[in-house]
Design a protein around this ligand. Structure first.
Ligand SMILES: [Zn+2]
Length: 255
């Protein structure tokens, strides 16, 4: 069994739900191999009607809200990543990594091609935040998840693992527990899939698709409430931990 099959070891049965309904997306034409995956794209679930209703119904019972939203995501929502991280830090996995899931649009590539340092005058003001974050590489389409596949097409969904983060309530922020789980998951994926742990390979939907994911001059998937510097500190710490474990036990743990 490889990291691509089934639940990854990190996901314990009591802390995870699995998409038992078997999503119609999990068809053979969506199978990919480990070498295809070169990045991790993080998303907010957004604070839509469904989540607001769950918050109103369950109040402070964050664990129930996490589970209910994950179940809703597994069974109703078409666009979902492989993982969801609840506010309590619960981790949910919807599909084995070997399947591509729908979480990041691949359209508007002609316009995205204008997102290059040398032609940034063409970029509308409300999307220029991108260049402050990425003075390098030269362009959006140079991010590894946009690298052409053997068939010549570019597909961030095929090239990446998606992680949905349950959105905070208005006026609140992502939780410490979410960052702890996220850092551990990202470190695990980087290690198991040979993804370099850096902002070119591990980023968010706004970074990968600033046209779709900016509004009023700012990114919103994630918005400024997401603490990227803090998450990076945690990821580096986790990677040190994983490295020690690998040195001791080998990459797949004790026999
Ligand atoms: Zn997104």
């Amino acid at each position: 069994m490889t990291i691509l099959e089934g639940r990854i070891d990190l996901v314990q049965p009591d802390r995870a739900i699995w998409n038992e309904r078997l999503d119609p997306d999990l068809s053979p034409d969506r199978v990919r191999d480990a070498e295809t995956i070169v990045g991790i794209i993080n998303h907010t679930t957004g604070y839509g009607v469904g989540l607001r209703r769950l918050d109103q119904r369950h109040g402070e019972d964050a664990r129930t809200i996490d589970g209910a939203y994950a179940r809703r995501m597994a069974s109703i929502l078409t666009y979902k990543a492989t993982f969801m991280i609840g506010r309590t830090g619960l981790l949910f996995q919807f599909a084995p990594l070997k399947y591509r899931t729908h979480h990041t649009g691949g359209g508007k590539q002609k316009r995205l091609a204008a997102y290059r340092a040398d032609v940034c005058d063409d970029i509308p003001e409300h999307e220029q935040w991108w260049h402050l974050r990425y003075p390098y590489p030269p362009g959006v389409l140079d991010l590894p998840v946009w690298a052409p596949l053997p068939n010549g097409k570019r597909s961030p969904n095929t090239r990446s693992v998606g992680i949905d983060w349950l959105a905070p309530r208005p006026g609140e922020s992502y939780t410490v527990e979410q960052y702890a789980t996220g850092a551990r998951l990202i470190a695990f994926l980087c290690d198991g899939l040979n993804i370099p742990a850096d902002p070119l390979h591990v980023n968010d939907h706004s970074a990968v698709h600033p046209i779709d994911r900016s509004r009023n001059g700012k990114p919103w998937d994630f918005d400024s409430r997401f603490d990227w510097p803090g998450l990076w500190r945690r990821i580096r710490h986790e990677i040190k931990g994983w490295q020690e474990m690998i040195d001791k036990q080998g990459p797949w743990g004790p026999e």
